[in-house]
Ligand binder design. Structure first.
Ligand code: HEM
Length: 364
């Protein structure tokens, strides 16, 4: 099999990757919590004979007040404890861009970069938009609130949100919608993709009230007509949809998130047109395993395609653009930049004076 050539400061594809295992992490945390409580008990073994001291009462009252404040500040949601007054004019976006870029690389995470999961966060933050109803989209950064945070399609995106929390702390006046979409821009650019025009000014929301209902994002197990239903609802055409799916050049599927498994190609941390070249050039066969139905390349069995990805090969209208983007990476980069920029803006009422940024890629 001819493996694709990697470009742009390539990173070796790790055959064995470190996977984030939510269940083992939570059981580890649970046992740590128990251990900590036990140590506290050991340090203060004797029960007080008299009633609680004024200091103890004061401490409890202060603790309850702080807890209540944090709960209210997070809109009653406990995934993100901090919310600040967003004021887009006071944020230095070039500084934020750099801070996000500095968070991308981590040898111990997945294939060595948070870039792919940042792109996915930006997309799932925005892809709830419904052009008929006029709701959904990245305004408010509602993906951080339950129930939206807990929808099956968003499994694993807490990892991206938690990674970005330090940027919010350093730049309290950026709204979460701006932060999550900008993270996608930084990731695409810094992993070798095109410059993505991006505007700030997404309004902040402090509660879950504008979360949309579940089921607005595409299901990887389905085919072309489902994919069209989902993306037409957002206002995209076949060319834009095909350009957008090219983001599956990045990252991988994780059994503990979507149930599917594996990367799409050998350079999952470099933005290329390989999604299209591999889709066309490999023989894709059903994977033999206990998991959900998906495809693997016949030659090595290391790379994968979702049933929804295969729809772009078999559907004649999508296929026109697959052929074009496989032959012409420049055309793909241009159309992807336009479609991704549009995706991140869906439904957003930008302030009239919010400028369009075209950030310089840093290549850190
Ligand atoms: C038909 C439409 C789509 C379907 C069915 C789909 C489905 C999926 C699935 C099942 C995963 C694996 C998640 C995991 O297990 O971690 C995934 C990952 C990913 N998707 Fe999509 N997706 C679609 C469109 C898009 C679009 C439009 C973008 C961005 C423009 C995108 C960007 C990504 C990225 C970068 C990853 C890798 C994430 C990581 O490595 O953590 N996808 N997608």
């Amino acid at each position: 099999m001819s493996l694709p050539v990697r470009r742009f400061a390539p990173r070796l594809y790790k055959q064995t990757t470190t996977r984030f295992n939510n269940s083992s992490l939570s059981s580890r945390l649970a046992s740590q919590t128990r251990f900590y409580a036990t140590r506290q008990a050991l340090q203060f073994p004797k029960a007080r004979k008299s009633g609680p001291s004024p200091v103890a009462i004061g401490t409890v009252v202060a603790g309850v007040a702080l807890g209540y404040f944090l709960f209210k500040a997070s809109g009653g949601d406990n995934t993100v404890a901090r919310n600040f007054d967003a004021d887009w004019r006071k944020v230095d976006y070039n500084k934020v861009y750099r801070e996000i870029a500095e968070l991308l690389e981590d040898e111990d995470y997945d294939d060595g970069s948070y870039g792919p999961v940042f792109v996915r966060l930006a997309w799932h933050t925005s892809g709830t938009f419904d052009k008929t109803k006029g709701d959904g989209g990245s305004t408010g950064g509602t993906i951080r609130f339950h129930p939206e945070a807990g929808y099956g399609a968003n499994a694993g995106l807490d990892i991206a949100r938690n990674r970005l929390e330090v940027v919010k702390r350093n730049n309290p006046q950026i709204s979460y919608g701006d932060l999550y979409t900008l993270a996608g821009v930084v990731a695409v650019q810094e992993l070798g993709g095109p410059v993505i025009p991006w505007r700030p000014g997404r309004e902040e929301r402090l509660s879950a009230s504008s979360c949309t209902s579940d089921g607005r994002l595409p299901d990887g197990a389905k085919g072309a007509s489902h994919v069209r239903d989902i993306f037409y609802r957002m206002g995209f055409d076949d060319k834009e949809i095909t350009a957008l799916i090219g983001a599956h050049t990045l990252g991988r599927c994780h059994p503990n998130r979507s149930g599917f498994d594996g990367p799409w190609n050998a350079s999952p941390t470099t933005f290329t047109n390989f999604f299209f070249t591999e889709l066309k050039n490999q023989d894709w066969v059903p994977k033999k395993w206990d998991g959900p139905f998906q495809y693997v390349d016949k030659a090595s069995g290391q790379f994968m395609m979702l049933p929804a990805d295969m729809a772009f090969l078999t559907d004649p209208k999508f296929r026109v653009y697959v052929d074009k983007y496989a032959d012409d990476e420049e055309a793909f980069f241009k159309d992807f930049a336009g479609a991704f920029s549009k995706l991140l803006s869906l439904g957003v009422k930008f302030p009239d004076d919010a400028p369009v940024y075209k950030f310089k890629t840093l290549d850190l």
